[in-house]
Write a protein that binds this ligand. Structure first.
Ligand SMILES: *Cc1c(COP(=O)(O)O)cnc(C)c1O
Length: 410
């Protein structure tokens, strides 16, 4: 027939071609085994707790299988709905061993850390990490005897000087939450490999489409799938994709912790994933247009968008990333709490709310809390998520927001 099978992993029919497929193709084909889809296009929702066995021998034999990840065993170990999404995410990371899914991005962060850290270890944590990640280090990890040392997001190869006897892992997030510093990931990975330190990257902003982390030498890569994978602001989901040698540990600790992502939410995640490549292109184009417009405004002190030279670490973005997504911050020149609130409150098309990555635009005041000292950007920060509305409509909305901002400045 000459048609490529999308369920190559299981058929072993030699028609794969998968390795040559572009990422935009893989988001469409990934994880769609025919035994799971049963002939429909999207893997349906397989909801289950109990799995029924033919007889006792079947039950015993299934329990002995090491890879229960792809075998119906008990609902907590997942069903084809979870496996389809997990495998699709693995296929987006060339060289990856496997993916485990979680009920939220934060649950993915904590499981990744717990899969490699034990009491007495030290974690090197980027100072621009997502707040709940920092809180987990300062709370749970500290209580369990795991120390944390914060490092400057622009440390680059200088990280070697921070690695001590007890250092076990480095958690990177690039660009950083709220302030968008881009890290020199290859330099940090090289320093970590030289000392056999595990690297963990929160890759939520870029996704594997803009930064294939495993290929770049990262050991464990995290996505808050709640953001661009789900893409519609209607489900919570997280994932960790493991590089060579790290999946068995990750799965083991996740099973011990009782982690399971709901099949319904994984179905929404898989549905969202299929359009992620085209959505990201539009988020990128609109966000760039708006970021450039903002950088020419007199009311704006600076724009923190990785694709703009005004963003710290911009040179690493240009060198390492395949593109940008829809989230960035800017500083209001001479803005204070009240004038910033007046600006955000005046916006008509931007919702006010946490999270991002959906089809809708959002604006929030951003106040980074940092262990190493809060970076100064010359004004009050606003974080924008640029959704899929018409970019000129969004610009007109921001324009009238500035009228309210100036009025509030008095
Ligand atoms: C949102 C977010 C998370 C957490 O994801 P949830 O699904 O909201 O728990 C983790 N890391 C980053 C960078 C995020 O933006």
């Amino acid at each position: 027939m000459g048609r490529r099978s999308f369920h190559t992993q299981i058929d072993g029919n030699g028609m794969s071609g998968k390795d040559d497929d572009q990422p935009a193709t893989r988001v469409v084909t990934g994880g769609r085994r025919k035994e799971w889809t049963q002939g429909v296009v999207n893997t349906p929702v397989w909801r289950a707790s109990t799995i029924l066995y033919d007889n006792v021998a079947h039950l015993r034999e299934t329990g002995k299988r090491r890879d229960t990840h792809h075998t119906l065993y008990y609902g907590r170990r997942g069903t084809p709905t979870q496996w389809a999404l997990a495998d699709a995410l693995t296929e987006l990371e060339p060289g990856a061993e496997g993916t485990f899914l979680y009920c939220s991005g934060v649950a993915a962060v904590t499981a990744a850390l717990l899969s490699v850290l034990t009491p007495g270890d030290e974690l090197l944590l980027v100072d621009s990490a997502y707040d709940p990640t920092t809180n987990f280090a300062a709370g749970f990890l500290k209580t369990f005897g795991i120390a944390t040392r914060h490092y400057d997001p622009l440390v680059g190869g200088g990280i070697a000087g921070l690695i001590g006897e007890k250092t076990r892992a480095i958690l990177l997030e690039s660009p950083g939450s709220l302030t968008f510093e881009v890290q020199d990931i290859p330099a940090i990975v090289a320093a970590a490999k030289a000392r056999e330190i595990v690297t963990i990257l929160d890759n939520t902003w870029a996704t594997p489409l803009l930064f294939p982390a495993i290929e770049k030498g990262i050991d464990l890569t995290i996505l808050a799938c709640t953001k661009y994978v789900v893409g519609h602001s209607d489900a919570m989901l997280g994932s960790v994709t493991a590089g060579p040698g790290f999946f068995a540990k990750l799965r083991n600790i996740s099973f011990q912790l009782g982690q399971v992502a709901s099949p319904d939410d994984c179905w929404l995640g898989a549905r969202g994933l299929r359009t992620m490549a085209v959505r990201l292109k539009q988020h990128e184009a609109s966000a760039l247009k708006i970021a450039q417009w903002l950088s020419a405004r007199p009311e704006v002190a600076t724009v923190l968008h990785p694709a703009l030279p005004s963003c710290p670490g911009h040179e690493y973005f240009v060198r390492d990333f395949k593109g940008s997504s829809g989230l960035f911050s800017f500083a209001l020149r001479d803005g204070d709490e009240a004038s910033r609130a007046a600006f955000i409150d005046a916006l008509r098309l931007f919702g006010i709310g946490f999270s991002w990555g959906g089809f809708e635009s959002l604006a929030i005041p951003a106040d980074p809390k940092r262990a190493l000292g809060v970076p100064h950007h010359g004004g009050a920060l606003v974080r924008l998520h640029i959704g899929l509305e018409d970019a000129d409509d969004l610009i007109a909305d921001l324009d009238q927001g500035f009228v309210a901002f100036r009025a509030a400045q008095g």
